[in-house]
Design a protein around this ligand. Structure first.
Ligand SMILES: Nc1ncnc2c1ncn2[C@@H]1O[C@H](COP(=O)(O)OP(=O)(O)O)[C@@H](O)[C@H]1O
Ligand SMILES: [Mg+2]
Length: 230
């Protein structure tokens, strides 16, 4: 039988606020194949970051099943979840989340330290991925010496360096102007063309359309949207 790459089945997430349970994700079903570029499109407050946290194994659902490469995430312990975050998911955030006191190389190397990669290999991978995102001549620049678009490229290199199963991006263009945002989307499309699986969360339809498939989220309910480019 072929591997289940990614499947969410009847996922619900509630938060307990005061003396009420507030349901933020409602019976979400979502399957993704290897090599997809999926956009999750929804307005503020619709549950996008909650989805990201569950997909990225930063949080667990209240009910339902999440299968990632044949593993039932709900059955994993804290250590195993940390291993998945480290090796399977490449996180990209709106605000880049770079460390200001580290240059581009060291920002990219940092998660590889936690992953136990040797120093020599860390350097090599950091340099390779920074070159891949077009920052060959910015290896030793600090975040405050880089434009927003360049900082996001460093963050993308950092996400790529561990060779993750899925690139998971939450509003990756949210802090960028329109032109720079679309340049980052050009890079996402190139990486997807090289076989990278991408899940991107956004509130911006024009950005969402850069993916190959769109699902909409509204009040915690997911529905299949328009298929976009080509
Ligand atoms: N830790 C939390 N506790 C209580 N409510 C939360 C928590 N996190 C998010 N929510 C609520 O869940 C809803 C969805 O939030 P979120 O997933 O951040 O939406 P989005 O990223 O689409 O803006 C919002 O109504 C928000 O107030
Ligand atoms: Mg959000």
């Amino acid at each position: 039988m072929s591997e289940t790459y990614f499947a969410m089945r009847d996922i619900c997430k509630s938060y307990h606020v005061g003396d009420e349970d507030q349901m933020v994700l409602r019976h979400v079903n979502l399957s993704i194949e290897e090599g997809e570029f999926l956009s999750i499109l929804g307005p503020s407050g619709s549950g996008k970051s909650t989805m990201m946290n569950i997909i990225g194994c930063l949080d667990v659902p209240t009910s339902g099943e999440y299968i990632l490469r044949d593993r039932n995430v709900g059955e994993l312990d804290q250590h195993q979840l940390a291993q998945i975050r480290c090796h399977e998911i490449g996180f990209i955030f709106q605000q880049f989340q770079l460390l200001p006191r580290l240059d581009a190389m060291r920002n990219v190397e940092l998660p590889l330290i936690y992953a136990g990669v040797s120093r020599g290999e860390r350097r090599q991978r950091a340099e390779e991925t920074l070159c891949r995102v077009g920052l060959k001549d910015r290896l030793h620049h600090y975040p405050n010496q880089l434009s927003g678009g360049q900082q996001q490229r460093v963050a993308i290199a950092r996400a790529l360096a561990s060779d993750p199963t899925i690139l998971l991006a939450d509003e990756p263009t949210g802090a960028l102007d329109q032109t720079t945002g679309h340049q980052v989307m050009d890079l996402f499309q190139e990486l997807n063309g090289e076989g990278r699986t991408i899940i991107m969360i956004t509130h911006d339809l024009n950005i969402a359309k850069r993916g190959r498939r769109i699902v909409n989220i509204l009040d915690g309910e997911l529905s299949e949207g328009v298929s976009a480019y080509d």
